[in-house]
Design a protein around this ligand. Sequence first.
Ligand code: CA
Length: 231
Amino acid sequence: MENKTILLVEDEENISNVIKAYLIKEGFNVITAENGLKALELFNNEKIHLIILDLMLPKLSGEKVCTTIRATSDIPIIMLTAKVDEDDKIEGLSIGADDYVTKPFSPRELVSRVIALLRRSYRESSPLAEKLIFNDGDLEINMNKMIVKKRGKILPITPNEFKLLASLLTNPGQVFSRDQLIEMSFGYDYNGYNRTIDTYVKNIRLKIENNPKKPQYIITVYGAGYKFGGM
Ligand code: CA
């Protein structure tokens, strides 16, 4: 679980400090927020793998934070609440939380839930899996839903860009020529020049690569074509 960063959103300082200490002991990086607005700001600016989110927060409630994040991301979220009513539990899950812990709770229990949820969410992926995850969640590709995410956020990828990416992913590491990629992605009756593949690649790189000039996912093989290098 090393290198995983947890965003801990909790306005009660004592509780926050205790949870943080337990998480750090388990090897996690921990970023804390004491209100809902700060939580959203950190979520947008930091690379975060899981959120522990208190329900009752100043400035913006945990529910609002959760629904706002869920509009663009399926990052794992564990809700904390003082409410013990079963209806609240159901509501917490229906707004998109993955798990739910009722106060008072044992920090040990919370940490084991965190570890379990991270394991479920960031499973090792194989090329045949429906959901492919690369570099610890940096890039996520859902083959069935045709969704590509960068650090948990959905990218505006076009259908043709997705088809090209999916073709490369049929065999990561294998070099495909431009003609092969056109056939695999768009079919034989495609009416473009094979160099249009380069334009698609350029656009995809702008979206998925950390540095499009030094791509790590779509690699150019000079004189041959392209390969997917994210494995
Ligand atoms: Ca609170």
